[in-house]
Design a protein around this ligand. Structure first.
Ligand code: 5AD
Ligand code: SF4
Length: 453
């Protein structure tokens, strides 16, 4: 019997979600089929994340479960993909001996070969990083749906001192503009309504060979023109490379969402320098002001790290100040986690766990009250919402998102198909969710300019 059933679990960022689709694309070309059940799979893969210690701990825990399964069914191949494959190959294969396969993010093309090696009883190991691999020609395997992730560039050259990504994902490189536009065209034909262009640092996108020009603003413009009824988002942006051209491009195209994820990490210039973030708080705030001027109604989200080495209370208060100043719509907030091999790892991790917890808690509370206030300001306002389907909690309500990525719950008095744009009036808000009343459907033709509320 052919061994062809593969089960994948994905951890970490959206890049990994997109990579899992690439992996499935590669494997399907070789006759594999996706299974949603580990018990009856021939190959179990974990697409892993190394960004913080607790991400890795979770995955080690999960590997424990699969070890039990493997004692019952020794022929099953268990493999680690993604960032942990790069960082921990020795530990996983030689010391802990729990996996048969370790394949890093630039070697997925050869995954079928490595799986064959493992089927034959050897260890399949592929962890070389590449300067050129972008999987440009691989068609990712995607279920039908409304939203798709498209990875447009890989790797990162920024070397923030806390971050393991430049080591686990290698140097920056971009896909061709043409292949990305083609992918969006095919998603449009499949009635997808939203694409998110992904990269560790999307603003560094550069396709030097494209006839149409090739920086990130050019790419966004080209993607936006494919189908005006499709929303276009992108993440993540580094403050150093957010150009005016990009801001004007977002302003110009109505289906480019007026929403920018712009990690600040800290509000203290001293800490930003230790982090090698290459901007000051003043520069960051100036950029935010410029974006607000050029893109009316733009909203922001951010990433913040609490308790970087040497962080004092004063530094921490500076972070809270930036948050009040920008008034982010959302934030991803983390305790600093030392990562072996990074520059910050050599700095003393001198903020105690207790302090990190306290500061993180303050940051979370500050963000919750900002989000609450901002959402309250939307009451009685009209928003255009892309309806995604029934809400998670009840079939009496639909859930959808605004252009600024806020979840809106709408009473399901009237039948609304997923993928429909509707105009709603917001009548209630918490820090996390808006509630709205259906007003009307909004028709957006593929070639038309999107209406705003
Ligand atoms: N510790 C805590 N947070 C980290 N991040 C990256 N590395 C670390 C680390 N070592 C956060 C940053 C980044 C986000 C993806 O994860 O805020 O923007
Ligand atoms: Fe990590 Fe900094 Fe690169 Fe983001 S920009 S992936 S935080 S090194």
């Amino acid at each position: 019997m052919q061994k062809n059933k593969v089960y994948i679990e994905t951890y970490g960022c959206q890049m990994n979600v997109a990579d899992t689709e690439i992996v499935l694309g590669v494997l399907k070309n070789q006759g594999y089929v996706a299974s949603d059940n580990a018990e009856n799979a021939d190959v179990i893969l974990l697409n892993t994340c190394s960004i913080r210690e607790n991400a890795e701990q979770r995955i080690y825990g999960r590997l424990g479960n699969f070890k039990a399964l493997k004692t019952k069914k020794p022929e099953v191949v268990v493999g680690i993909l993604g960032c942990m494959a790069e960082r921990l190959r020795k530990d996983l294969i030689e010391e802990k001996k729990i996996v048969d396969l370790v394949v890093g993010p630039d070697e997925y093309r050869r995954l079928p070969e490595y799986i064959d090696v493992a089927f034959n009883g050897d260890k399949g190991i592929g962890v070389k990083l590449s300067r050129t691999e972008t999987y440009d020609d691989i068609e990712p395997h995607r279920e039908d749906g409304l939203s798709a992730w498209i990875s447009v560039m890989r790797g990162c050259d920024k070397f923030c001192t806390f971050c393991v990504v430049p080591y686990t994902r290698g140097r920056e490189r971009s896909r061709s503009l043409e292949s990305i536009v083609k992918e969006v065209e095919s998603l449009s034909a499949r009635r997808f309504k939203e694409v998110t262009l992904l990269g560790q640092n999307v603003n560094s996108y550069s396709d030097e060979n494209s006839a149409t020009g090739g920086d990130f603003a050019d790419l966004l413009a080209a993607v936006a023109k494919v189908d005006r009824s499709m929303r276009v988002r992108f993440t993540t942006s580094h403050p150093q490379d957010l150009s005016d051209k990009l801001l004007y491009t977002i302003a110009e195209h109505p289906n480019l969402c007026n929403y920018i994820h712009l990690p600040v990490q800290s509000g203290s210039n001293r800490i930003l320098e230790l982090m090698n973030r290459t901007y000051t708080v003043e520069h960051y705030l100036e950029l935010i002001e410029r974006a607000k001027r050029i893109i009316p109604g733009v909203s922001f989200s951010t990433d913040i790290i609490a308790g970087f080495p040497t962080e004092t209370w004063e530094d921490h208060f500076a972070t809270l100040d930036v948050m009040q100043n920008v008034r982010y719509d959302g934030a991803y907030m983390f305790k600093y986690s030392p990562r072996e091999g990074t520059k910050a790892y050599r700095m003393e991790d001198d903020v105690t766990e207790e302090m990190k917890t306290k500061r993180l808690q303050e940051i979370i509370e500050a963000q919750q009250s900002i989000s609450f206030e901002k959402n309250q300001e939307l009451i009685d306002k009209e928003e255009v919402v892309l309806v995604e389907g029934y809400s998670r909690k009840s079939d009496d309500f639909y859930a959808g998102r605004t252009d600024s990525n806020k979840v809106v719950i709408i009473s399901a008095d009237k039948e609304i198909q997923p993928g429909t744009y509707v105009k709603v009036k917001i009548n209630k808000a918490t820090h996390a969710t808006l509630f709205g009343k259906f007003l009307s459907e909004v028709q957006i033709e593929k070639e038309n300019i999107v209406l705003s509320a």
